[in-house]
Write a protein that binds this ligand. Structure first.
Ligand code: MSP
Length: 645
């Protein structure tokens, strides 16, 4: 069976940032992995170029929309080319074939009776390119997704009968529990559909930068809704509407998307496909968002990271490794140079790079750079079993897009290799004249490196190519089959010297992110007036605020942390089965006894962290100025666990 893998098509209103790079890396890695296994693959990426938002960005830049789209689209394509992303097609929604395909799909839906013309009066958010019913607006005015002001728009529109697909969609989610991955994200989609779907306005008359209506409808004041246009890229790229040249690849195995665009992919897109009588994609893989040093990235804060800057400083493959290792698929991740450097130094340089250097060194010293695997089974059955077990676990992780677990499991191989060298001490065995034993350990490790390099190749294609070169074998489907699937050893190695693959990084190689300033009064004022402009993107969306779970807690116990000037250890009742331990830096301002029985406000969904060796499972809200610190507390007693918000 073939595998069709896609990234979202990126809006051309700004250049790529590391969030875009992450989706592209994941999709590229999964495609390479499937290819390694011998699957036929098709990998699509590209740019989304129509709509009011792009039209407005072009105007701001004093460019024609097409000219502007050409420029930005090229920056994405050039970047992916520089990063050697192995895509089969880079689609642009301004491509003539795509536009023709969209028109054809529109006509097919129309012929099916799924499209009708009516008037739409509603609240429109330009930034999200979406209409919202009044009931969903915040304070009757602001977009529930991004918090920006919506405007009332009344226009003639064609509608897609989304409401008539409600039951079929719900049945599909139920029959295909892996349709939305991670599964934990499915509920939000199911609840949205259960809440009732309204027909979707799929054309616009208020601007012109979009795919024109099919001529046969003779209605040229309308252009297509940008999400209808954009989603259809997944089939027009395969030749839908033209020659169907690659439609054999349909249905897609995975559409990779960020969590913010899951709804479009898991509700609208399947409904469009049902209307077109086409099968649905197998999976929609929704990943989380990346922040930088714990902060949302935004142009106004000047903390957006261009993937090229990171790649120039640290190497694109190190960045790929870091991003895929750092976050569980589906969860948010944080980019910091410290975290990247730690992984480069400890996992890439120490665990992997040193192991390779040791094998090159020992094989040179003991056996003139030749390694023979004849005695490995005799002396290292246990290590081989452990290695095969870890290798056998890998596929399931990759199938579930759990790249962090995949890499963690793969790293067990390097640990087996490093432990084998330390405990079997080949140099001592050589001195004792036990040459076969010594060389068996070297050969064991060479085999570990070879197998691990094969499995690491989808994540780090070039680096692993160099490892294979040093060990004198090739990474391809054949070696994957013989060495990984059939568990054979590589009989002979002719080792080549290569320069160290992962030089240690001693200090940050890029300027640090600007330190976050408390919100300037200007921004506060604007917030109060609800004037939320595109440029103020250091303001957060309402949904982001609600990602933080704030609760009232009652302090049940409190004690000083020995040897610490600042810390108190508290047991806080948050209305849960057991109390939470919170370690807080408030000792200079509060005595432990004075806190017991009082109430505090707690950030309840922070990742637990260790402070002076003690787990802290929450954070207290406090305000500090030159007069000292005071805890934020409820005005009147509230039940422990009461949410704040
Ligand atoms: N054009 C639409 C997608 C249409 S697909 C038929 C779009 N474009 S986008 O450029 O705004 O976003 C592209 C992808 O980048 C989305 O999946 C979005 O979730 C992702 N990201 C944008 N910012 C991100 C982070 N900070 N971190 C991770 N991914 C982020 O939406």
């Amino acid at each position: 069976m073939s595998k069709y893998i896609t990234t979202p098509i990126y809006y051309v209103n700004g250049e790529a940032h590391i969030g875009h790079a992450y989706t592209t890396f994941i999709a590229d890695t999964i495609t390479r992995y499937e290819k390694l296994k011998g699957e036929k693959t098709y990998f699509l990426t590209g740019t989304d170029e129509h709509g009011q938002k792009i039209e407005e960005s072009a105007q701001k830049n004093n460019k024609r929309a097409q000219e502007f789209a050409d420029e930005i689209s090229a920056t994405f394509k050039n970047l992916w080319d520089e990063f050697e992303i192995d895509y089969d097609k880079f689609i642009r929604t301004t491509d003539a074939e795509h536009k023709a395909g969209v028109q054809k799909a529109f006509l097919a839906m129309h012929a099916k009776g799924d499209i009708y013309k009516d008037f739409y009066e509603g609240h429109y958010c330009v930034s999200c390119e979406t209409f919202f019913p009044e009931t969903q607006l915040i304070d009757g005015e602001f977009c529930p997704d991004c918090g920006r002001t919506t405007s009332v728009v009344k226009e003639e529109s064609y509608f897609f009968k989304l409401s008539s697909y409600e039951d079929r969609l719900l049945k599909h989610y139920e029959d295909n529990p892996d349709f939305i991955l991670p599964r934990s994200r499915a509920n939000e989609v199911i609840n949205f559909v259960k809440g009732g779907l309204r027909d979707l306005s799929v054309t616009r008359t208020s601007f012109t930068w979009g795919v024109k209506m099919p001529e046969s409808l003779n209605d040229d004041k309308h252009v297509m809704y940008v999400w209808l246009d954009a989603l259809l890229n997944y089939i027009t790229a395969l030749g839908y509407g033209k020659d169907d040249a690659n439609m054999d690849f349909w249905p897609a195995s995975t559409h990779f998307v960020g969590k913010d665009i899951l709804r479009f992919h898991a509700i609208y897109w399947p409904a469009f496909l049902m209307s077109l009588d086409l099968p649905l994609p197998k999976h929609i893989g929704a990943h989380g968002w990346w922040t930088r040093d714990g902060e949302k990235m935004s142009k106004s804060k000047g903390n957006v990271i261009a993937p090229k800057d990171v790649a120039d400083a640290y190497g694109v493959e190190n960045l790929r490794y870091f991003m895929l290792r750092e976050v569980p698929f589906g969860q948010d991740g944080d980019f910091s140079q410290r975290a990247l450097i730690d992984r480069i130094n400890s996992e890439l340089s120490n665990d992997l790079g040193n192991l390779l250097n040791r094998i090159i060194g020992m094989s040179g010293k003991y056996s003139d750079f030749e390694i023979n695997s004849k005695d490995v089974i005799k002396y290292h059955e246990r290590e081989l079993d452990a290695m095969n077990e870890a290798l056998g676990n890998l596929d399931a992780f990759m199938q579930n897009m759990q790249t962090h677990r995949y890499l963690e499991e793969l790293w067990k191989l390097f640990s087996i290799g490093n432990v084998a060298i330390t405990s079997f001490e080949p140099w001592a065995k050589m001195k004792e004249g036990k040459v076969d034993e010594a060389l068996a350990t070297v050969a064991l490790v060479a085999n570990i490196l070879a197998k691990a390099a094969i499995m690491l190749s989808p994540v780090m294609p070039k680096t692993t190519h160099t490892i294979a070169d040093a060990l004198c074998f090739e990474i391809n489907t054949e070696s994957y089959n013989t060495l990984v699937i059939e568990k054979n050893l590589l009989k002979l190695f002719n080792i080549k010297k290569v320069p160290p693959l992962f030089p240690r990084v001693e200090e940050p190689l890029m300027p640090e992110a600007p330190v976050a300033q408390p919100n300037a009064p200007k921004v506060q004022e604007k917030k109060e007036k609800h004037i939320i402009k595109e440029e103020d993107d250091n303001l957060i969306e309402i949904g982001q605020f609600f990602e933080t779970s704030l609760k009232i807690g009652t302090v049940v116990e409190a004690e000083e942390v020995p040897k610490s000037k600042k810390l108190l250890k508290l047991q806080v009742d948050l209305g849960e089965d057991s109390n939470r331990q919170v370690v807080a830096g408030i000792k200079e301002f509060y005595s432990a006894e004075s806190l017991v029985g009082t109430q505090v406000c707690v950030v309840a969904n922070l990742k637990p962290a260790k402070l002076m060796g003690m787990m802290s499972e929450g954070m207290l809200l406090a305000a500090k100025d030159e007069d000292g610190l005071c805890l934020v507390r409820p005005e009147k007693p509230k039940k422990a666990g009461t949410p704040i918000g």
